[in-house]
Design a protein around this ligand. Structure first.
Ligand code: BV8
Length: 239
């Protein structure tokens, strides 16, 4: 009996909305070195470069829309009556919010937020940040950073995520290559508590063998069909 559902999403769910994934021939990590733009040391080495990298990404979000995969998750959240539907995303974009999904947990942070290193304020931001940015809370200049979890930093809300995973009966992973931990370990966590685990990707991820099965193809096609079947029959659509 399926009651509580936990969904993990990665860059692949946003690919069909025109947001580049990280690890592909045209991926983000082909254009910039991870060490330079996704680590704290890289930020310390060149704050202007890192602010510029995320400013460009943030501004590009303005014309990006949620796609049928995001909307299928919103439908599942709204119509599933047998328990909770928790969406955990590795993505820093705002497409789950544009799809009207609720209480999305951004474990790697959000582009539409800035954080103060001095007073730890974090809040909505939709402009361009720089080393001159002033903290709206403590008023200090030069201590704002992208509210993003870089490599070597602790992901957000891990306690809450593990709490939801420990109570889930169904774990869905959508559009992630399964190479970044701790997110890539969530399937094994869910399996350990007896959940059924289904992967939605273009191809099996690095942790694909941990899942009961996968539905491979474009998430904008595989996910709406899966959600429709689950809502109408209470059963899992299988390949
Ligand atoms: C931590 C922020 C401690 C910036 C990101 C050695 C072994 C194991 C682990 C480690 C190790 N050495 C270091 C580590 C830890 C490290 C890590 O995992 N490194 C890996 C690379 C080896 N992890 C960390 O440092 C994390 N912190 O461990 O702290 C800790 C642990 C637990 C509890 C407390 C403390 C911090 C990780 C966060 C790093 N920040 N990004 C930014 O976003 O710009 S990670 C970055 O990768 C993004 O956040 C992204 O979300 C994430 C994962 O990438 P994916 O989303 O999977 O995207 P990708 O391009 O890789 O894949 C896309 C997939 O979609 C593909 O599979 C493709 O097939 C599919 N797809 C494409 N189109 C579609 C599709 N699927 C369906 N439909 C489509 N249309």
């Amino acid at each position: 009996m399926i009651k509580n559902i936990v969904v993990l999403t990665g860059a692949g769910i946003s690919a069909e909305s025109g947001i580049p994934v990280f690890r592909s021939e045209t991926g983000l990590w082909e254009q910039e070195r991870v060490e330079d733009v996704a680590t704290y040391d890289g930020f310390l080495r060149d704050k202007a470069k890192v602010h510029g990298f995320y400013n460009k990404m943030r501004l590009s979000l303005a014309d990006k829309q949620a796609n049928p995969a995001h909307l299928a998750l919103t439908r599942l959240q709204r119509e599933w009556q047998s328990g909770k539907v928790t969406i955990v995303t590795q993505n820093i974009d705002n497409l789950h919010e544009k799809a009207q999904s609720k209480d999305v947990i951004h474990m790697h942070g959000e582009l539409m937020s800035l954080r103060c290193e001095r007073c730890d304020y974090a809040g909505f931001f939709d402009g361009e940040s720089s080393v001159e940015s002033v903290c709206p809370a403590c008023g200090h200049k030069g201590c704002m950073r992208p509210d993003i979890v870089w490599f070597g930093e602790t992901p957000y809300e891990m306690g809450v995520i593990e709490e939801h995973l420990s109570q889930c009966n169904l774990f869905l992973s959508i559009g992630t290559s399964g190479v970044v931990y701790p997110a890539a370990g969530f399937c094994r966590f869910a399996k350990a508590v007896g959940a059924q685990c289904v992967e939605f990707n273009l191809e099996p991820s690095a942790v694909g063998s941990s899942f009961d099965y996968g539905l491979y193809g474009k998430a904008s096609e595989t996910l709406p069909a899966f959600v429709e079947h689950l809502l109408s029959t209470g059963e899992l659509l299988r390949p």
